[in-house]
Structure formats: structure tokens, C-alpha cells
Design a binder for this molecule. Structure first.
Ligand code: 5GP
Length: 208
């Protein structure tokens, strides 16, 4: 049986990844969907303005505050949260679609969103990306040279609050060496997709 036919008989897995800004989550998430076949990035809805280089429908579904509020009123989100003054949400339709097509989905969402999904008993593998140390996190935030000192200070305070919540996540990945962190993330995702409980009827088919 090829790997592909096995994955057709497996339910799609949900990977929820959170991290404070500066931990390297965005780069790790971008890289991992390129190297793991069948893993797709969940495209969230956001009211944040599009940044240079971003593509609507690829990085996010960029919507205005009214459209977002309409989706909240219509219960269209599995979770949503306000992050740094903008709203972000994961549409229920995105999760349903992945479940129906058996595809594995990577949700790059903040801690509030991850907690909402857990409270709603959405079955996901929760992964927290950590910086190697707080001074290193601060160094990375300053190195970006995109934010003012006040914004960096706020991000550091927020980061402390987020890291303090890492305890309930299933896995921690310390992003000191990027390639090692990527390898660890890959191992977690690969092992989780091999869980026996995710397969339905495979053994019966094998023994037929
Ligand atoms: P950025 O604006 O830098 O792309 O993302 C800011 C933060 O919003 C990141 O921590 C990211 O994980 C989070 N985020 C992105 N999409 C969602 C979402 O659908 N729900 C929640 N709760 N957070 C999200």
C-alpha cells in the first residue's frame, strides 16, 4: 500500500501552533508546509491591512470590520480573537473542508484562539514555539527594525504573558537553531499523523 493510499483512509489532523512574536513561528510554518506533503496552511480572516508582499486568499482573507462582524454574528468562526488591535478568525468552513477532504491543516493562531478551540473540544495537536531565552527574543525583535521602542517593549510584555500559557500545550519546540527546530516540528507532525487512532478500517482492508 502506498503512503498516499494510507493517507486517504486517515482523517485529517489539525496542528495548532502558537508563539510569541519573535520566536520564529511564521518562518517555521511557511517552511513546514513546503516539506510535509498534504499539510496545508489554514487561511484565516483578518481585519489587519495587507502588508507588502502578502496575497489576499493566500496569506489571509483580508476583510473589513463590517464583514468580520457579520461573520461573527453568523457564527461562521470556529474561533476568533483580537490581536494587536486587529481581529483574526478561523472559519468553521476551513476546518470542515479539511476534515472532509482528509487533509492535514496547520493553524498559526494566537494563544487566545488555541484556548477557544480547546474549550470547544476541537481535537488538535497543540504546539508552542519558544525562544531560547528572553534576551534572545528581545534581540530578534530589535533586529527586525520595523517597530518603535514602545512597540518592542509592548511585544516583550505580551510575549511574557504568552509564554506563561505554554504549559497546557502538547509540544514545545525551542527555536534556537532554525533547522533543528524545523526538524523537531517535522518529527512531531509526522509522528502525530501516524497515530493508529487516526486510521479507520485500514487493518480490515489490509487483511481482506
Ligand atoms: P500577523 O498579523 O503578524 O500575521 O499575526 C498576528 C498574530 O495573529 C499571530 O500571533 C498569529 O498567529 C495570530 N493569528 C493569525 N490568524 C489567526 C486566527 O485565525 N485566529 C487567532 N486567534 N489568531 C490568529
Amino acid at each position: 500500500m502506498s503512503n498516499n493510499s494510507q493517507s486517504l483512509q486517515r482523517e485529517g489532523a489539525l496542528f495548532v501552533i502558537s508563539a510569541p512574536s519573535g520566536a520564529g513561528k511564521t518562518s517555521l510554518c511557511k517552511e513546514i508546509v513546503d516539506i510535509i506533503p498534504g499539510l496545508r496552511h489554514s487561511v484565516s480572516y483578518t481585519t489587519r491591512p495587507m502588508r507588502k508582499g502578502e496575497v489576499d486568499g493566500v496569506d489571509y482573507h483580508f476583510v473589513d470590520a463590517d464583514v468580520f462582524a457579520g461573520m461573527v454574528a453568523a457564527d461562521a468562526f470556529a474561533e476568533w480573537a483580537e490581536v494587536h488591535g486587529n481581529r483574526y478568525g478561523t472559519a468553521l468552513a476551513t476546518l470542515d473542508n479539511a476534515r472532509q477532504t482528509g487533509c492535514d491543516l496547520l493553524l498559526d493562531i494566537d494563544c487566545q484562539g488555541a484556548i477557544h478551540l480547546k474549550a470547544k473540544q476541537v481535537q488538535g495537536v497543540n504546539i508552542f514555539i519558544l525562544p531560547p531565552s528572553m534576551p534572545e527574543l528581545e534581540r530578534r525583535l530589535r533586529e527586525r527594525q520595523t517597530d518603535s521602542d514602545a512597540v518592542i517593549e509592548r511585544r516583550i510584555v505580551n510575549a511574557r504573558g504568552e509564554i506563561a500559557q505554554a504549559g497546557w500545550y502538547d509540544y514545545w519546540v525551542f527555536n534556537d537553531d532554525f533547522n533543528l527546530a524545523l526538524e523537531q516540528l517535522k518529527s512531531i507532525i509526522t509522528a502525530e499523523t501516524c497515530r493508529a487512532a487516526r486510521y479507520r478500517g485500514v487493518i480490515e482492508d489490509l487483511l481482506r
